[in-house]
Design a protein around this ligand. Structure first.
Ligand code: ADP
Length: 911
C-alpha cells in the first residue's frame, strides 16, 4: 500500500472517532438538559401552587375574621358590605380550588397524590366551616359564628400543615432530581474519558503502525545505500523486492543510478588500461628514440634501432630495409638473438611481402608461419617463430623503408601499436641521415667546383668590367630617352589642347556658317525675286540687254545659293551634324525624280539620257530619300556638265553581295573623263579637275566630296572608273537601312541642308504641277494671273526688303497685298480685312513669331480653313513638321521661287 493511502486512511479513522465522540457528547448533554427542565417545570410548579394555596387559605381566614368583626346591627346598611366581604371570601375559596385542581393535574407519584387528596379533604372541611359561619352571621348570631371559628381552629392549622408538608415533599423531590442529574453527569464524564482514552490508544497504535511500515521501507533502501562501499566497485548492491510506493520509486531510481555508475566504472577501467598502454608505448618510444638520436651512419642507426626494439617486443628476428635513390629496398641492419646473418640484401618495390608492403604502404601481420620459414636457436635448443610483422617506415606520406620482425608468440596489440608509431616517426630520422649523406657528398663535389669557379670568376670579373662600361653607356641613353618621353608628353598635351581648340573652332565655324547662310539668304531672296521679275519684263518696257542683265543677276544669285548650300552641307558633314532619316523608298520614284530633273538638261545639251532599271533590282529600298537624291543630282550634274556629246546613262541594278551594297546606281557618261592621278583627288573638298582661272566648267569642287561623305553616312560608298577622253562612270552602292531605322538619331533642332527638291516632290504628288521655271509657257503664266486677279494676300514679315520684293512680284500678278510686321499685327489685319484669302507667314519675327501667330489664328473658328503658307529663311530641319503642327497649310523655304509661290497660292486659294 502507498504511504499516501496509509496516511489518508489513518487520518480518516481519527476523524471518525472524533465525530463519534462529538455525537455522544451532544446526546448526553441533551438528556441532561431534559432532566433538569423536568425538575424545574414540575416540582417547582407544585411548590409554587402549594405556596399560592397557603396564601389563599391565610387570606380566607383573615377575611372571615374581618367579617366576624363587622357591626351588623344596622343591617340595612351593612348588607352590602357583608355581601362584598362574602364575595371576596368566595373568590379566595374558588382560587384555592383552582390551585388544588392544578396540583392534582401535575401530581405523578403516589405520595404526592395522597397528600394532595388529604389537602383537598381538609380544604373542603375548612370551606364547610366557613359556610356554617356564614349561616350564623346571616341569622344574626355572629357570636355563635365566632364561637364556631374558635372551636375549629385545628381545621385551618391542619390544612396549613398539610400544605407545608407538600412543599417539603416537593423540595425533597427537587433535591433528589438534582442529585440524580449530578450522578448522570458523572457517569457521562466517565464514559467520555474512557472513550477518549480508547480513541487515543487506537490512534497512537495506528500511527505507530504506519510509521513503522514507512520506516521499514526507508530502512531497507537506507541499508542498501549504507552498504555501498566507499570505493566504487564493479558490482554495486541493488535493491530487491521493491514495494510499489514512493520509497519503491526511490529504490528503482537508485537501481538505474547503480547501472550508470557501473558502466562509468567500466569505461574508467578501460581508459586506465589505454593510459597504461599509452604510457608503455611512450616510455619505450622515448627510450628507442634516445638510443638512435644523433646517429649519422645508416648501418649503425639500423642496428641500434633493431637492438633497441627487438627485446621490447620480445622478437627473435628483425631486419630494417631502407629505400635507395631508385625503387629498391636495401638491407641496412638485422637482428637475430643468435647473431647470424639473415635476410635478403635487396628487394624491389612490389617483390615479396616486404616489397608489397612498401608498394602499398600497408603493414602485414601473420600469426602462423610455415614450419621451415626461419629457425631461431639458443644454447638450449631451437624453434620456429610463429608470428611475423612487416611494417612500412613512412616519411611525408611516402615509404622510406620497411621493418620486419618475427617472434615465437603472437604480437600483442600494444606491441603492434608501438611498432607502427615508431615506424611513423623514425622515417624523419632516416631521411635526415640520408640528407646528411647527400650533403656530405655534395660538399665534396662543391669543393671541387669552387676551385673551378674561382678560375672562372676571374674571367668573369674581366667581363663584368666590360659590362659595367656598356651599362654606363646604356644609362646615358636611357636618360636621353626619358627626356624625350617627357618632351613627347608635353607635345601630346599641347596636341590635346590644340585638338580641343580645333573642336571649339569647328563648332564656331558651323555656327558661323549657319548664321551666314541665314544672313546671305535673306538678301538673296529679294535679289532673286526682283531679278526674276525684271527678267520676265511683264510691262515690256526693258531693252533686250536689260532683260539679259536681269537674267544674269538671277542665275548668279541662284549659283550663289547653290554655293551657300554646298558649303553649309560640307561643314555640317565635317562636324558630324547631319543625321540620316531612312524611309521606304520606291526605286520607280527615284527614276521619276531623275527624269524630271535632267530630261530638259539633256535636251538643251543634245545629249542622250537613258535610264534603265534591271528586272532583279529590289523595288523598294530603306534609305534617306533626300540624301540619295542629292547624291544622284550631283553625279548626274557632273556627267552632263562634262559631256558635250554622246550619252549619259543611269543604270539601276542589284548590288554586289556585300552588306553595304544592296542597290547600285551607275552613272556613265561619254564626256572628258578623268586621268588616273586625278581620280585620287576628285573626292577632296574644293578640288577641281581644271583648277585654273581660265577654266571652262563652272562648279565649286564640293559636289563629289559631299556625295562621298553622304554615301558613307547612308552606309554605302562611291566608286569611279574613268579614262581620259573616253568618259567616266560613277557607281553609288547603297545598303538597306531597314534594320537600322530604330537606331537613327533624330536631332530636330539641327540646321538642315536646304534643297528645293523635296518640296518639288511634294508639289508633284499633291497637285501635279511641274515647277520648272524655264519650262513654263507664257500661257500658263497668263492663266495663273487671271485666276489670282484681285485676290488679297497678307504678307507677314519683319524684313522690309523681303516684303518689298514679294509685294512687287505679287502685285505684278494683280494680286492685292497687305502686310503686317509681326504675328500680332497679322491678327489685327485679319480682323480688319475679312477679304484676305491667303496669308504668307514668315517664321522668325519679333513680338510674336510665326508659330505662335499661326496657332492663334487657328484657334479662331472663322479662320480654321484660311490658307497659311509658312516662309522661312533659316531652313530648320524639322521646319516642315513644326509649321504644319502650328497650323500652316503649306511650307516654302527662302529664297522664295516666285513661280513656285504663285502655284502654291493658286492651289490653296482654289482648294
Ligand atoms: P565641281 O563643282 O568642280 O564639279 P566636283 O567635286 O563635283 O566639283 O568635281 C570635282 C572634279 O572632278 C571636277 O572639277 C572634275 O574635274 C572632276 N569630275 C567630276 N565628275 C566628272 C565627270 N563626270 N567627268 C569628268 N570629270 C569629272
Amino acid at each position: 500500500m502507498r504511504i499516501k493511502t496509509k496516511l489518508y486512511m489513518g487520518f480518516g479513522i481519527v476523524l471518525t472517532v472524533i465525530l463519534l465522540i462529538g455525537t455522544t457528547v451532544l446526546y448526553t448533554y441533551n438528556q441532561q438538559r431534559d432532566h433538569l427542565s423536568n425538575v424545574v417545570n414540575e416540582n417547582y410548579e407544585r411548590v409554587k401552587l402549594a405556596d399560592n394555596l397557603e396564601a389563599y387559605s391565610q387570606a380566607i381566614s383573615r377575611e372571615v375574621r374581618q367579617l366576624l368583626l363587622m357591626d351588623l346591627n344596622h343591617f340595612d346598611q351593612s348588607v352590602t358590605i357583608y355581601e362584598d366581604q362574602k364575595e371576596l371570601i368566595n373568590y379566595y375559596q374558588h382560587s384555592s380550588t383552582v390551585q388544588l385542581d392544578l396540583l392534582k393535574q401535575l401530581s405523578t407519584n403516589k405520595d404526592t397524590s395522597d397528600l394532595i387528596a388529604t389537602i383537598e379533604f381538609e380544604n373542603d372541611q375548612y370551606n364547610d366551616l366557613i359556610l356554617s359561619i356564614f349561616d350564623y352571621v346571616e341569622s344574626g348570631n355572629t357570636n355563635r359564628g365566632v364561637q364556631e371559628l374558635l372551636n375549629n381552629t385545628e381545621v385551618r392549622t391542619s390544612l396549613i400543615d398539610s400544605i407545608n408538608e407538600l412543599k417539603v415533599l416537593e423540595e425533597h423531590e427537587m433535591e433528589r432530581a438534582l442529585q440524580s442529574s449530578e450522578e448522570m453527569f458523572h457517569s457521562a464524564l466517565l464514559f467520555f474519558s474512557s472513550l477518549i482514552g480508547i480513541s487515543i490508544l487506537f490512534i497512537v497504535g495506528l500511527t505507530l503502525q504506519i510509521t513503522k511500515s514507512i520506516d521499514r521501507s526507508i530502512n531497507k533502501v537506507r541499508s542498501v545505500m549504507v552498504n555501498i562501499p566507499s570505493k566504487l566497485m564493479d558490482q554495486l548492491p541493488k535493491i530487491r523486492n521493491i514495494k510499489d510506493d514512493e520509497i519503491g520509486d526511490i529504490a528503482k531510481t537508485y537501481n538505474v543510478m547503480v547501472e550508470h555508475l557501473e558502466s562509468i566504472k567500466k569505461k574508467e577501467d578501460k581508459l586506465n588500461e589505454t593510459l597504461k598502454e599509452d604510457n608503455w608505448i611512450k616510455s619505450n618510444y622515448a627510450q628507442v628514440t634516445d638510443n638512435i638520436q644523433g646517429l649519422q651512419d645508416l648501418k649503425k642507426f639500423s642496428e641500434t634501432l633493431l637492438t633497441s626494439i627487438a627485446p621490447l617486443v620480445s622478437a627473435s628476428f628483425g631486419i630494417l630495409y631502407i629505400k635507395d635513390d631508385g625503387k629498391q629496398l636495401i638491407k641496412q641492419g638485422s637482428y637475430a638473438d643468435e647473431y647470424r646473418d639473415i635476410g635478403v640484401e635487396k628487394i624491389n618495390f612490389g617483390d615479396g611481402l616486404v616489397g608489397q608492403s612498401a608498394l602499398t604502404n600497408r603493414k602485414m601481420y601473420f600469426r602462423k608461419l610455415p614450419e621451415n620459414y626461419i629457425k631461431s636457436s639458443s644454447g638450449l635448443g631451437e624453434g620456429v617463430p610463429t608470428s611475423l610483422i612487416i611494417i612500412p617506415v613512412k616519411f611525408e606520406k611516402g615509404v622510406i623503408g620497411v621493418l620486419e620482425l618475427a617472434k615465437f608468440e603472437p604480437f600483442t596489440r600494444i606491441e603492434i601499436d608501438f611498432l607502427e608509431h615508431l615506424c611513423d616517426s623514425v622515417g624523419a630520422n632516416i631521411n635526415q641521415i640520408l640528407n646528411h649523406l647527400k650533403i656530405s657528398d655534395l660538399l665534396v663535389e662543391s669543393q671541387t667546383t669552387t676551385e673551378e669557379l674561382q678560375t672562372q670568376s676571374e674571367e668573369l670579373q674581366q667581363q663584368q668590367e666590360e659590362l659595367r662600361m656598356i651599362n654606363e653607356k646604356l644609362h646615358d641613353q636611357y636618360k636621353q630617352s626619358d627626356e624625350k618621353t617627357k618632351e613627347l608628353e608635353v607635345i601630346k598635351k599641347d596636341l590635346e589642347r590644340r585638338n580641343r581648340e580645333i573642336q571649339l573652332s569647328s563648332k564656331y565655324k558651323s555656327e558661323f556658317l549657319a548664321n551666314m547662310s541665314h544672313e546671305l539668304r535673306t538678301p538673296l531672296n529679294s535679289i532673286l525675286i526682283l531679278s526674276q521679275l525684271l527678267h520676265e519684263n511683264n510691262d515690256q518696257n526693258l531693252t533686250k540687254k536689260q532683260v539679259e542683265h536681269a537674267e544674269t543677276i538671277y542665275t548668279s544669285g541662284k549659283d550663289l545659293l547653290d554655293l551657300i548650300n554646298d558649303i553649309l552641307d560640307l561643314s555640317k558633314i565635317e562636324s558630324g551634324k547631319i543625321d540620316i532619316y531612312p524611309e521606304e523608298l520606291e526605286i520607280s520614284n527615284v527614276k521619276a525624280f531623275v527624269e524630271r530633273q535632267f530630261s530638259h538638261v539633256a535636251q538643251q545639251k543634245g545629249v542622250n539620257f537613258n535610264i534603265k532599271i534591271e528586272h532583279d533590282t529590289p523595288s523598294i529600298i530603306y534609305t534617306d530619300d533626300q540624301r540619295l537624291k542629292q547624291i544622284l543630282k550631283n553625279l548626274l550634274s557632273n556627267a552632263f556638265k562634262f559631256t558635250k556629246e554622246g550619252n549619259v546613262d543611269l543604270h539601276i541594278k542589284r548590288g554586289s553581295n556585300d552588306v553595304n551594297s544592296k542597290v547600285i546606281f551607275s552613272i556613265r557618261d561619254t564626256g572628258i573623263g578623268i586621268s588616273t592621278e586625278k581620280q585620287k583627288s576628285i573626292f577632296e573638298a574644293f578640288y577641281q579637275g581644271d583648277g585654273t582661272t581660265t577654266r571652262k566648267y563652272g562648279g565649286t569642287g564640293l559636289g563629289l566630296s559631299i556625295s562621298k561623305e553622304l554615301s558613307t553616312l547612308l552606309g554605302g560608298y562611291i566608286e569611279v572608273e574613268s579614262k581620259e577622253g573616253k568618259g567616266s562612270s560613277f557607281l553609288l552602292h547603297l545598303p538597306d537601312l531597314s534594320s537600322q531605322i530604330d537606331e537613327a538619331v533624330i536631332d530636330m533642332d539641327e540646321i538642315a541642308v536646304t534643297s528645293e527638291e523635296p518640296l518639288n516632290d511634294r508639289f508633284d504628288s499633291q497637285s501635279n504641277i511641274t515647277v520648272i521655271h524655264h519650262n513654263k509657257t507664257e500661257k500658263d503664266i497668263e492663266n495663273t494671273k487671271e485666276l489670282l486677279e484681285n485676290k488679297v494676300v497678307l504678307i507677314v514679315d519683319d524684313d522690309m526688303r523681303n516684303v518689298f520684293a514679294l509685294t512687287t512680284a505679287l502685285e505684278m500678278n494683280k494680286i492685292k497685298v497687305l502686310f503686317a510686321e509681326n504675328g500680332k499685327e497679322a491678327i489685327d489685319m485679319l480682323n480688319k480685312n475679312p477679304a484676305i484669302s491667303i496669308v504668307l507667314m514668315d517664321i522668325m519675327m519679333p513680338i510674336m513669331d510665326g508659330y505662335e501667330a499661326m496657332k492663334k489664328i487657328r484657334e479662331r473658328e472663322e479662320w480654321s480653313d484660311l490658307p497659311i503658307i509658312a516662309l522661312t529663311a533659316k531652313a530648320m530641319k524639322n521646319d516642315r513638321e513644326k509649321c504644319l503642327q502650328a497650323g500652316a497649310s503649306d511650307y516654302i523655304s527662302k529664297p522664295v521661287d516666285m513661280t513656285q509661290l504663285l502655284s502654291l497660292i493658286k492651289v490653296w486659294v482654289y482648294k
